[in-house]
Design a protein around this ligand. Structure first.
Ligand SMILES: Nc1nc2c(c(=O)[nH]1)N[C@H]1C(S)=C(S)[C@@H](COP(=O)(O)OP(=O)(O)OC[C@H]3O[C@@H](n4cnc5c(=O)[nH]c(N)nc54)[C@H](O)[C@@H]3O)O[C@H]1N2
Ligand SMILES: Nc1nc2c(c(=O)[nH]1)N[C@H]1C(S)=C(S)[C@@H](COP(=O)(O)OP(=O)(O)OC[C@H]3O[C@@H](n4cnc5c(=O)[nH]c(N)nc54)[C@H](O)[C@@H]3O)O[C@H]1N2
Ligand code: SF4
Ligand SMILES: [Mo]
Length: 757
């Protein structure tokens, strides 16, 4: 196993002066902002310290912003008592102030004055004018189709303000890409097994584990902070790490064993591991006997899934499968088969994540130290309001009849119901879109665009002139997370805790916080009873008092801890009731049997890569969060040249050299809008390409005749969503597998040819 120092592995800033804050690009850009060569030094006693919760990604670390008397934010650092960050933000979090300082931000409300599709023309408007158009638009949808036909697409901490507005108004047609395109299948796999999902942060007890198995989970590039820190400590401790990934990821480089699996075949490996672990008696026998249901059925079920069988499917030698199975079994119960997070891969993703859940169960790791702990969170009372009206139909109506464990709104179902060819009773004809860019986050791009074009009315709330703003009738500029108050963070953890995001500065230009926008619309829709407060701070203050705290205390501490009410781990031999039909961990799912899904995971073949093509796989870059950070001046400086990973064999086949610019063409003949440089590397399998997600931004709007765009990132790199032409629907949840898409390489600029002919 290769050793590394933690410093090399994670560049998480330790204090105000260490880490990213001192890297040359950031200091020089800060200099540009402050008109000095270097970041101005803010003396501790001159600084105003305000608690914040980071929104650069959804790990939501708590930190402190340092502001001077003129109201300039100088830095953000982690809050020492925050379990999400342990006092250290990741580079993206430290660079979060670029979200605030970005001059390309939306500054005023905009109203469309002409044109749909591509050449948008907007005029700047007052909030009052924008609200007038919104109220008319929403009322027209209500009159023509019913309130339910106005859908809400959202993401992040601003989302709940608009969920409240929509529910109060009478529409529960909503969804977020963090479900169907992200973790819904994983949640379902664990719910079917343990009667409980994982949520965020995942309750993996990496801190105490002996063996961590990562299946396509690229921690280190996926920079979920506290998690990265614990994995980093595991590396320092010399723990066992097994990484299963067709790509030699950052984690693969630091693993005891890297298994370069043929993409889409992970379930075969998981079943073969179960085969060895059961047949060699490496499972936790007492735990299985006491807590699980269906072990004998599982034992029979996995007999055909031998390592030799799996080797022919996964291309991992049988010897490696035996060896890793024994490593995993030997560590039981201090072992974690990591559930992953973005698990929308191949369409049978609930079954794959269920296999992960089952494997953990037979190893006895659920509820055990070094496995999965039982997390706890603070339950805050909800503000009082009249009951929400009952809509005639909702996200459940369009998702749950098809997918029994559609536990949250399925964005793709909403898109399907918004298409012109949809003729049924549950039409979506208006959209309210906040803090999400469906052009990139709900692929296929072509389909989402057709759905958008078919809408009568679209409102977009964003901070940037991102791609989705071009499809709006009204664009509302939201203040960034550093300028606003949101709900308290109450995520569950080892110790229950709450964290406060408080505005460090007033909103710039004419931007406004989400709570204010939602409330103003609510009042104008006649929903005063649902807004018995004027400032959202009143709601937080009331909630805090109910749990024995106050705004005053939270402004001072940022994060507050509460005592646990229940044990963090199972005690040996203790009775425990799991929230399943049998009260046990269901290795055999009685629900799945009743609903007609495989009660135990069955391997299904996902087909081969067509000749001349490569499988399109994608993932995260450590310095960016999807497309949302790309234009951030600090983070853009750190990483602004995306590259396409290509194996030397494939490079030879396509006659491509390292560093050469190429374009992609998918199996349906669609070519990428932009080019990308190639990185020829043996770190990727020969049958796949790897694309960092979030690039290829095509957002450009015209405001009063002037172009507005995300000037740094516009036209850079290729968007994976643009290349995705089909999704594989997971039957259990409706989750949308994105990785059965194939591309080929073009060495000449296809757009140049078009222009010449
Ligand atoms: N093809 C493809 N699709 C994917 C994924 C993938 O890897 N590939 N990943 C999936 C996953 S795991 C997830 S979680 C989702 C993420 O999906 P999204 O959250 O939609 O991600 P982004 O593309 O970053 O879009 C964020 C949008 O919010 C805006 N924004 C940023 N901050 C704020 C704010 O504070 N307020 C407001 N109002 N707007 C803000 C940004 O300008 C941008 O327009 O995408 C999913 N979809
Ligand atoms: N820096 C940064 N960190 C982030 C985010 C971000 O935008 N930026 N987003 C956050 C969010 S919302 C999420 S959901 C997570 C997502 O991050 P994760 O859940 O960790 O991972 P994925 O995006 O599913 O997986 C990417 C990895 O899967 C590998 N892979 C591709 N196909 C296969 C396959 O068939 N089998 C196997 N075994 N591996 C395969 C790819 O090579 C790549 O290494 O990251 C989070 N962390
Ligand atoms: S992991 Fe980084 S970007 Fe995500 S919330 Fe924490 S500091 Fe912010
Ligand atoms: Mo995600």
């Amino acid at each position: 196993m290769s050793k590394l120092s933690r410093r090399d592995f994670i560049k998480i800033s330790g204090t105000a002066t260490a880490g990213l804050a001192m890297t040359p690009p950031l200091t020089s850009i800060m200099g540009a902002i402050f008109g000095e060569e270097k970041t101005p030094h803010l003396l501790e006693n001159e600084a105003i310290k305000t608690p914040t919760v980071c929104e650069v990604c959804f790990w939501n670390c708590a930190g402190w912003t340092y502001t001077d008397k003129e109201g300039k934010i100088h830095k953000i650092i982690g809050n020492d008592s925050d379990p999400h960050s342990n006092g250290r933000l990741c580079p993206r979090g430290t660079g979060g102030l670029g979200m605030y300082y970005d001059e390309d931000r939306l500054k005023k409300p905009l109203i469309r004055v002409k044109g749909k599709d591509g050449k948008q023309e907007f005029k700047e408007a007052t909030w009052e004018e924008a609200f007038d158009v919104i109220i008319k638009g929403m009322k027209d949808i209500e009159k023509n189709y019913g309130k339910e036909s106005m859908a809400l697409l959202f993401h992040g901490k601003t989302g709940p303000h608009f969920e409240h507005l929509f529910k109060a108004w009478g529409s529960d047609t909503m969804g977020e890409p963090a479900g169907a395109q992200c973790l819904i299948t994983r949640e379902a796999g664990f719910i079917a097994t343990y009667g409980a999902g994982l949520a965020s942060p995942e309750p993996t007890d990496v801190r105490n584990t002996d063996c961590l198995v990562l299946i396509g989970n690229h921690i280190g590039e996926n920079m979920h902070n506290g998690h990265v820190q614990e994995v980093s400590q595991l590396i320092d401790r010399g723990g066992t790490i097994i990484t299963v990934d067709p790509r030699f990821s950052t984690m693969a480089a630091h693993s005891t064993k890297w298994l370069p699996i043929k993409p889409s075949t992970d379930l075969a490996l998981l079943l073969a591991w179960m085969n060895v672990i059961i047949n060699e008696g490496l499972y936790d026998k007492d735990y299985v006997a006491q807590y699980t249901y269906g072990f004998d059925l599982l034992k029979d079920h996995v007999q055909k899934y031998t390592p030799e069988w799996a080797a022919s499917i996964t291309t991992i030698p049988a010897g490696d499968i035996y060896e890793t199975a024994r490593m995993i079994g030997g560590a039981s119960p201090r072992v974690i088969i990591h559930p992953g997070r973005h698990t929308a891969w191949y369409g049978d993703d609930t079954q794959r994540t269920r296999a992960i859940a089952i494997l953990n169960a037979i190893l006895g790791s659920w509820g055990r130290e070094g496995g999965f702990y039982f997390p706890e969170k603070v339950k805050l009372p909800k503000e009082a309001h009249p009951p929400f009206p009952k809509p005639k139909w909702s996200w459940k109506t369009i998702s749950r009849d098809k997918h029994k464990l559609a536990i949250m709104g399925i964005t793709n179902e909403i898109i399907d119901h918004a298409l012109p060819e949809y003729k049924g009773p549950y039409k979506v004809k208006g959209m309210f879109i906040t803090a999400t860019n469906p052009i990139q986050s709900i692929p296929p791009e072509d389909k989402v665009k057709r759905a958008l074009q078919n809408q009568d009315f679209i409102v977009v709330v964003d901070t940037m002139p991102s791609e989705i703003t071009g499809y709006a009738d009204v664009v509302l500029p939201e203040a960034t997370y550093l300028e606003r108050l949101d709900h308290l963070r109450t995520a569950h953890h080892r110790q229950p805790n709450i964290a406060l995001r408080y505005p460090a500065v007033n909103p710039k230009w004419e931007t406004k916080p989400g709570w204010w926008i939602a409330r103003e619309i609510g009042i104008r829709l006649g929903l005063k009873d649902f807004y018995e407060w004027e400032d959202f701070e009143e709601v937080l203050d009331w909630q805090l008092k109910q749990v024995g705290s106050s705004m005053e205390e939270m402004k001072r501490v940022g994060v507050k801890h509460f005592p646990r009410k229940t044990p963090m781990y199972l005690k040996d031999g203790e009775e425990y009731w799991f929230n399943t039909n049998t009260g046990k961990i269901e290795l055999y799912s009685t629900d799945f049997a009743e609903w007609g899904y495989d009660p135990m995971p069955v391997y299904k073949d996902h087909g081969e890569v067509p000749t001349g093509f490569l499988r399109l796989i994608y993932g995260r870059l450590p310095m960016h969060t999807f497309g949302r950070t790309l234009n951030n001046p600090y983070l853009w400086e750190l990483k602004n040249e995306p590259v396409l990973w290509l194996h030397p064999k494939a490079a030879k086949y396509y006659q491509v050299e390292n560093g050469q610019e190429v374009w992609l063409k998918n199996l349906k003949g669609k070519v990428s809008s932009f080019g990308i440089k190639v990185r020829v590397t043996e770190r990727i399998r020969h049958d796949s390409v790897f694309l960092p997600h979030g690039f290829g931004n095509k957002g450009r709007i015209f405001v009063n005749g002037k172009t507005e765009e995300m000037s740094r990132t516009y036209g850079r790199g290729i968007s994976d969503s643009e290349m995705v032409y089909k999704i594989e629907k997971d039957p259990v949840t409706g989750g949308t597998g994105l990785r059965n898409n194939f591309v080929t390489i073009l060495t000449e600029n296809p757009h140049k040819k078009e222009a010449l002919s």
